[in-house]
Design a protein around this ligand. Structure first.
Ligand code: URA
Length: 277
C-alpha cells in the first residue's frame, strides 16, 4: 500500500483557512480528545489574565475553556426560553454579563475565545449596536476594535463623541467562526440578552449599525438603504427609545461613496443629542 505523503505546512494552513479557521485561540495546541481531567489543567494554564487598566464595567473576561466533550447543547427552542428567563432576571449590567458568561445555550460560545459584552460608558445617552464581533474583537473582548471600529471612532469624533460618551454592544456577543453570518437561531437565542442590555442602559438614542442589527432590533424587513436615516421607536416594553439605523462602518470601508449618507445620519444624531440638552 502506498502511503500519502504528509501535507506540507502551507497545505495544512490552506486547509484550515478553507475550513474558516483564521486565528489561533491559544499559543499551545489543546488535545480535545483527552479526558476532561487531563485537558482542563492545560487549558486553565492558558487562560490569559484580564488587562488591569480597564474599569470593571468594560473589562473583558479571560478566554473560557471549551465545554466538556459529549455534553449535548440544549435545543434551540429551549435555549431561547432559557435566555429569556435568564436575561429577565439580570438586575444590572454586571449581573447580565455574569450570566451571559455562564450561558451555554448558544453554540457560538464554544468557538469564540471570549464574550464580547460592551465598551464605552453605561451612563451614555447614546447606545450603538452592531451585528457580531470579528477577529480583533474576539481577541480583545471589546466591540468594534478592528478596522471598522477605527472608522466608527472617526465617525463618532466627527460629531464630538468618543467611547466615553457612547455605549457600544452587538446583537451577538460571541464571534461566529470565520466571521460567518450568524444563523437566525443564534440571533434569536442572543436577542433577549441585547434587549435586556438596552433596557438596562436605557439610552435616549439607539443607533443600529447595519442591516442585521436594524432588522433584528427594529423588527423591520426593509433593507438598510430604506431604513437608514429614518427614526424608529424601539419599544423596551416600558418605554419607547428613539432609534436611528445607519450604515455599518464595515460596509463603508467597502463602499466609501456611501460615507456621505452616513454623514447625514451622524448629523441627525448630533441634532437629536443637542435637543436633549
Ligand atoms: N462588526 C460588528 O458588527 N461588531 C463588532 O464588534 C465589530 C465589527
Amino acid at each position: 500500500m502506498m502511503l500519502e505523503p504528509a501535507p506540507s505546512l502551507q497545505q495544512l494552513l490552506a486547509f484550515y483557512l478553507d475550513a474558516g479557521v483564521d486565528c489561533a485561540l491559544n499559543d499551545e495546541p489543546v488535545n480535545r480528545l483527552l479526558d476532561d481531567e487531563v485537558a482542563a489543567p492545560i487549558q486553565a494554564e492558558q487562560r490569559a489574565p484580564a488587562p488591569p487598566s480597564l474599569p470593571d464595567t468594560i473589562r473583558p473576561l479571560a478566554p473560557r475553556p471549551a465545554p466538556a466533550l459529549g455534553t449535548a447543547p440544549p435545543s434551540p427552542d429551549a435555549a431561547i426560553v432559557s435566555a429569556r428567563e435568564a436575561a429577565a432576571t439580570a438586575p444590572s449590567l454586571e449581573a447580565l454579563r455574569a450570566l451571559m458568561e455562564q450561558f451555554d445555550g448558544c453554540a457560538l460560545r464554544s468557538t469564540a475565545t471570549r464574550l464580547v459584552f460592551a465598551d464605552g460608558n453605561p451612563q451614555a445617552r447614546i447606545m450603538l449596536v452592531g451585528e457580531a464581533p470579528g477577529r480583533e474583537e474576539d481577541i480583545e473582548g471589546l466591540p468594534f476594535v478592528g478596522r471598522s471600529g477605527k472608522l466608527l471612532d472617526l465617525m463618532l469624533a466627527a460629531i464630538g463623541l468618543d467611547r466615553s460618551k457612547v455605549y457600544i454592544a452587538n446583537v451577538i456577543p460571541w464571534r461566529p467562526p470565520g466571521n460567518r453570518t450568524p444563523t437566525p437561531q443564534e440571533t434569536q437565542i442572543c436577542l433577549p440578552f441585547i434587549k435586556r442590555q438596552i433596557e438596562l442602559v436605557d439610552p435616549s438614542i439607539l443607533v443600529t449599525l447595519g442591516n442585521p442589527s436594524t432588522q433584528t432590533l427594529l423588527s423591520t424587513r426593509d433593507g438598510i438603504m430604506r431604513t437608514r436615516g429614518r427614526w424608529f421607536d424601539y419599544d423596551t416594553g416600558t418605554r419607547a427609545i428613539r432609534a436611528l439605523p445607519t450604515l455599518h462602518p464595515a460596509y463603508l470601508l467597502r463602499q466609501p461613496t456611501y460615507k456621505r449618507l452616513a454623514w447625514q445620519d451622524l448629523r441627525a444624531i448630533a441634532t437629536a443629542l443637542a435637543a436633549l440638552d
